[in-house]
Design a protein around this ligand. Structure first.
Ligand code: PHE
Length: 342
């Protein structure tokens, strides 16, 4: 029988020549050399038959053999793992991605942005203010003292905790704050949500949105008001749009007017939108009341101004023929999806 040394030399050659062609080959190798009954263990047991003076050398050989057998196994395992990974399907990074459906802008926001940018082009800047407002900014300073009948025009929500607080009924309250905090001249547009205690229906809602404008300077006239609003409607609804002014009443303006535009749907011949009149009402306006200027320490003998206020829902209704106000707050994606993509 070959000596332990010879056996180790022979097996060392075998291991050095070994090249697994498959995982099964590698498993056979493991069984042959490294398992509980494998050659590394069985040869080690033979050391007891080696003469004492050769034991040290045999022990070192066994050790080297064990390290070789295990080292080669680890090496092949590593190569096999890399090969298995290389065989996995590759990710093609040049493939187009899975699209994430984008939302749309809310139609009221689309229209509000458009209104604001039309006025920004002629030098108006945007001003905003609180939705919970005090009586002074929402009513009294706007020439509507307590018990003034004009307060009944707007069905107000009062804040139970404090009778002086209301949910603002119009964004004229922002104009009041601007007059209070900035020096004339002022030229601002005030977009925002307002609240009125109305029964919800297709044509009324307890909250809606306004864009109100204010311009105060020396020598501002009603002609400036008309021209400014005419510019606005031709930008918003097209160059063929006609306007007309009807006298009206607002406590904070004098004279006051309501402005109509020629019906954008039928062009004036009569349809459901204009109730067969050819005209649709779009906003209220007027020259700032001297009392209001005085309330903010502005001398009405030196300064004059105009103000106007429009409902964003109304403009949107005309622009997109939305015939039910409730649609704006129902979050029905079939409705919302029809508007500007993000
Ligand atoms: N604040 C008025 C409203 O809410 C609109 C308006 C603003 C009218 C400015 C005239 C001048 O109805």
């Amino acid at each position: 029988m070959a000596s332990l040394k010879e056996q180790i030399e022979q097996l060392t050659q075998e291991i050095n020549a070994f090249a697994p062609a498959s995982p099964a080959d590698l498993e056979a190798y493991r069984m042959r050399f490294l398992s509980a009954k494998g050659l590394v263990k069985t040869l080690a047991q033979e050391i007891k038959n080696v003469p004492a003076e050769e034991r040290k050398e045999a022990g070192m050989m066994l050790n080297g053999f064990k390290q070789l057998a295990e080292g080669r196994f680890a090496e092949f395992e590593h190569i096999a793992a890399a090969a298995a990974e290389a065989a996995l399907p590759r990710t093609d990074v040049s493939m187009p991605g899975t699209p994430i459906p984008a939302g749309t802008r809310h139609p009221l926001r689309v229209v509000e942005n458009e209104i604001v940018s039309i006025f920004e082009k002629i030098g108006f800047s945007v001003a905003t203010g609180p939705e919970i407002e005090d009586d002074w900014h929402n009513f009294t300073s706007l020439n509507m003292p307590e018990n003034h009948t004009a307060r009944d025009m707007q069905d107000t929500f009062y804040v139970a905790r404090n009778p002086d607080w209301v949910l603002r009924t119009h964004t004229s309250s922002v104009q009041a704050r601007i007059m209070e905090s900035t020096q004339v001249p002022v030229r601002v547009i005030c977009p925002g949500r307002v609240y009125r205690n109305e029964t919800i229906s297709a044509r009324a809602h307890c909250f809606f949105h306004q864009c109100e404008g204010l311009y105060i300077d020396k020598d501002v006239s009603f002609a400036d008001l008309k021209q400014t609003l005419y510019y606005f409607v031709t930008e918003m609804f097209g160059p063929d749009t006609k306007v007309r002014f009807r006298p009206s009443y607002f406590p904070f303006t004098e004279p006051s007017a309501e402005m109509d535009i020629s019906c954008t749907v039928c062009g004036g011949s009569g349809c459901g939108l204009c109730k067969h009149s050819g005209w649709v009402e779009i906003l209220g306006c007027g020259m700032v009341h001297p009392n209001m200027l005085r309330n903010f320490g502005i001398d009405p003998e030196v300064y004059t101004g105009f103000a106007f206020g429009m409902g964003v829902e109304r403009i949107t209704q005309i622009k997109y023929q939305v015939n039910d106000l409730r649609l704006y707050s129902q979050n029905d994606v079939r409705f919302l999806r029809q508007f500007q993509k993000l």
